[in-house]
Write a protein that binds this ligand. Sequence first.
Ligand code: HEC
Length: 420
Amino acid sequence: MYNVSPLDGQGSNHVGVVGMKSRACFLVLGIWIGACTSGTDGLEVTTVPGALNFDEVPGSVSYNVGAEITVLDKDNGIIVVGTPDGLLGLFGLELVELAVYPDPGEPLTTGAIKAITVRDNGILVAAEQGLFHTFESALLYSPLSAAVDGLDIVAMSSTGSGESEEIWLATDDGLARVHDGLLEMIDFPGESLSPTAVAATADRVLVAFETNLYELEIEELTYQILAGDFGSITGIQAAGQEFIVACERGLLVRQADGTYHHYTLRDEGAGAAVDAVSYDSNSQGVGLYEDGLLSLASGSPEGLVTLDPPTAGRTLAVDDYGNAWVGTSTELVGWMVGDVVGFESEVSPILDQNCGYCHTAGVSGAPKQDFTNYGVAVAMADSIVNRVSTGLMPPGAPLFTSSPDDYETLIRWYTTGMNP
Ligand code: HEC
């Protein structure tokens, strides 16, 4: 049906579709890369050595998740935690399990969480029982599950939205793309390993097969291999038009203009191991490596927080405010390196409006306390947050449930070090 396209002779290799076969009830197009890579004309990478310095240690909050953390991400600002038992969300001060709301015949639970991708609206979750997407604070079984049935998904990346959404999948069977409910397998001749990480923007995909990293141009279906010694590649994150890549020997960044920089994070020798990378437009990217957390806010890596020597399998997500959340075994630690909440500008007006009526004047038997006074609020913070999050205050009128933003601001102030 399709012919193999010839090599374009410019050092990049053309892809052609050579055949199709059916898989489940979906069509599988086997897209074969038309020719072997030469290995000599890979994309150029500039190596930038240098260990990072660290500032003072910021505040942190920590949670015991009660199960091994396998994946971390965020869904509309809520940090979500994947475990072998299912998916949890960090709402306010509490980790709450996201329940599945099944239609008849659909799975009742997700099973183990394998990968998460943030899409245009919410997240898509690859789990043992299929694909799920979030709807408010619940999970629904995704109709795309049928297209990926039988594939063992290692990593996912979504681009576009609605009908034009494309999902790129690193699976045990190879790189796959789901579009319009169709699954296409994309083959890289000469590449015998399975893909370990993938990330996509609207026009290109970066995919790693352990130590080999390829840049695939979607429109032309051409690819190039990157020249360099990065070690195993553990994670790739699309960051606007850029990409951030976590490597066993440093951090790789692809700028929007197509240039690559390999930051070794060491003054000399092989690079430091980077476990995970995460992106938020606010933080411009955060990485978790041997020495701690780094930020890409200034364009090149800068030290954020020194951490204890790593244990295996750490995960990372950055929230909407630029705070970095690290999963180590069963512990989730949020490092408050992002935007700070100001008491005078943000919290005091909320306490004034919702609590002042009774407490400032001491009416109706309410203890006379001026919560808008910073010193009072800090001294009583535990009690205030406890009363508010248990719904006891303000009494009668559940004002805070009608304004989750206010509640979130109060909790964020409380958990980020109670700034003035
Ligand atoms: C309708 C009046 C009213 C409003 C509004 C109100 N409170 Fe109260 N509050 C009370 C009363 C009455 C008490 C004492 C009885 C009790 O402890 O439940 C109290 C007690 C408290 C206490 C315990 C104080 C202590 O000294 O131990 C805290 C903390 C508190 N409120 C926080 C808040 C916060 C925060 C808000 C706003 C979100 C709020 N309250 C809004 C009436 C109110």
